[in-house]
Design a protein around this ligand. Sequence first.
Ligand SMILES: Nc1ncnc2c1ncn2[C@@H]1O[C@H](COP(=O)(O)OP(=O)(O)OP(=O)(O)O)[C@@H](O)[C@H]1O
Length: 263
Amino acid sequence: MTMDTQIDLLKITNVHKRFGGLHALSGVNLEVKKGQIVGLIGPNGAGKTTCFNLITGLYTANSGNFYLNGKSYNPVAVDQVLKAGIARTFQNIRLFKEMSVLENVMVGRHVRTKAGFIGAILKTQSTMEEERKIKERAYELLQYVGIRSALADQKAKNLPYGDQRRLEIARALATEPLLLALDEPAAGMNQTEKNSLNTLLKKIQSDGTTILMIEHDVRLVMGLCDYIFVLDYGQVIAAGLPEQVRQNPAVIEAYLGHRKESV
Ligand SMILES: Nc1ncnc2c1ncn2[C@@H]1O[C@H](COP(=O)(O)OP(=O)(O)OP(=O)(O)O)[C@@H](O)[C@H]1O
């Protein structure tokens, strides 16, 4: 791989998040090296989504530091985080259901344009050319994630489930992220869909986008990730290469303690 895998693209240190008396995250440290696919795993309720919500500005940490591309950043607003270079998908798909497939991707693209979303709606003269380019790029991204362009004008809600997941990824990629954060991208997918997701994520990585993913499908995570962090009860209990994590007694214990799920 020609990418520099030594630099931390994302780093969070000593992050704490409480919900009332519940310590959802207690002193979490996590690094995502540039060019890698990093997995964030752990049993249900371990704090994975909370961690994503903090990184992407949906929640505010009680304390802790956040760094993106070597610079400190303060993830307090979702749109700022997006502009800074982190795009995400959600555990439960959050598309604009009534909008077309193509429009969903175009919305993502507007993060990086001068006119913005409002300008595009008003369709002023100066936005027309920009709009054409956005559309062109949106078609390219649909093709990139494997959605047939014949589906571009369908309402997003009418797409098959696997395609809706892919569409979320296309919309996130449209923002030109440095880091793509995926919350359970394979959830609800059948094996064929998982295989094509696997191929897509490898392609995204080799095209230069770093990926952080929460995923319960252990086989997918182990096969795809360069590095894995394991959370349990709001703390990182293990971190390492997939084979190291798989054999870690604390990880095996955490999974067996919570439910019948093998690592
Ligand atoms: N908004 C909230 N208000 C109160 N408690 C919350 C909130 N969000 C998360 N929690 C609690 O924080 C803990 C961590 O939850 P989180 O969703 O981050 O876990 P997770 O590892 O993503 O789990 P799963 O794999 O089931 O999605 C849980 O005990 C959860 O109930």
